[in-house]
Design a protein around this ligand. Structure first.
Ligand code: 3PY
Ligand code: MG
Length: 255
């Protein structure tokens, strides 16, 4: 399979694109192919923080996703320069750092993504050599804001040069605010925090993203100016589909 040539992801964001993102908690390359092949999603994110995705399966999935002209993101497990370097060497299109607590965290993240003198990345581009016209600047870099420290430091985090934008984790942010877990949320205290994050992004001409559990909610977020929106999650989709099939069967048998 030949990979279609695409604009780099950071260029898409600069041009105002809204990226419709699928989220994979299962690191299976066949599943990644099914999800990317439909052409419904602009990007697919592999969740290495909470998903069943290891380094090797992530690389197999990245190949599968990109072979259909879809961008591949990884949500990192933590700020790990070695893993970041490996994923960049492999040609990842975007990285999402969870639980960014400070501008220093964001600086260290950016540093891990660029070669000297801007950063401290080691050179060893491996698969990246096969992907033409890619630059380190083309990779989209997002810091998640989902902790109290991150919220308090959001202005400084948003200022960090080299960062594409901020990504809201509504579940962890809600817990940090004393609301408990949840997605697609609208509690006043959460909305206040979300507005502060949006303001920091606007003030620094960065991009904003958010995790959503449903397409309906993601559409609302896109209308608000969110440019990276998760609209579909594999485990939830499978669960929903199973429940719907089971319900249909029960209704058919009882009618
Ligand atoms: C959160 O909601 O906390 C997330 O990390 C979503 O991915
Ligand atoms: Mg989270």
């Amino acid at each position: 399979m030949t990979m279609p040539k695409l604009k780099q992801l950071s260029e898409q964001f600069t041009e105002g694109a809204i990226i419709n993102n699928a989220w994979l908690t299962m690191g299976d390359a066949y599943l990644a192919e099914i999800v990317a092949s439909g052409g419904c999603f602009d990007s697919v994110t592999l969740d290495l923080q909470h998903g069943l995705v290891d380094q090797e399966s992530a690389c197999a999935c990245i190949r599968a996703i990109q072979s259909f002209g879809t961008y591949a993101f990884v949500r990192l497990p933590k700020l790990d320069p070695a893993l970041i370097g490996l994923l960049l060497d492999f040609g990842i299109d975007g990285l999402i750092l969870p639980q960014t607590n400070s501008a220093e965290d964001a600086e260290r993240f950016v540093e891990a993504c660029f070669y000297p003198p801007r950063g401290a990345r080691s050179h060893g581009p491996n698969r990246l050599n096969l992907l033409v016209d890619r630059t380190p600047e083309g990779v989209a870099l997002f810091c998640m804001i989902e902790t109290m420290q991150g919220l308090e430091s959001v202005g400084g985090i948003a200022e960090v040069d080299g960062l594409t934008g901020l990504f809201i984790g509504p579940g962890d942010l809600g817990i940090a605010l004393g609301l408990g877990p949840g997605q697609d949320r609208s509690e006043p205290v959460y909305l206040e925090a979300k507005a502060a994050i949006q303001a920091a992004v606007v003030a620094n001409a960065k991009v904003i993203g958010i995790h959503a559990n449903t397409t309906e909610f993601a559409l609302k977020m896109a209308a608000e100016g969110f440019q990276l929106v998760t609209t579909w999650v594999d485990s939830l989709a499978v669960q929903k589909s199973i429940n719907a099939a089971g319900e249909k069967w029960r209704q058919g048998r009882s009618g």
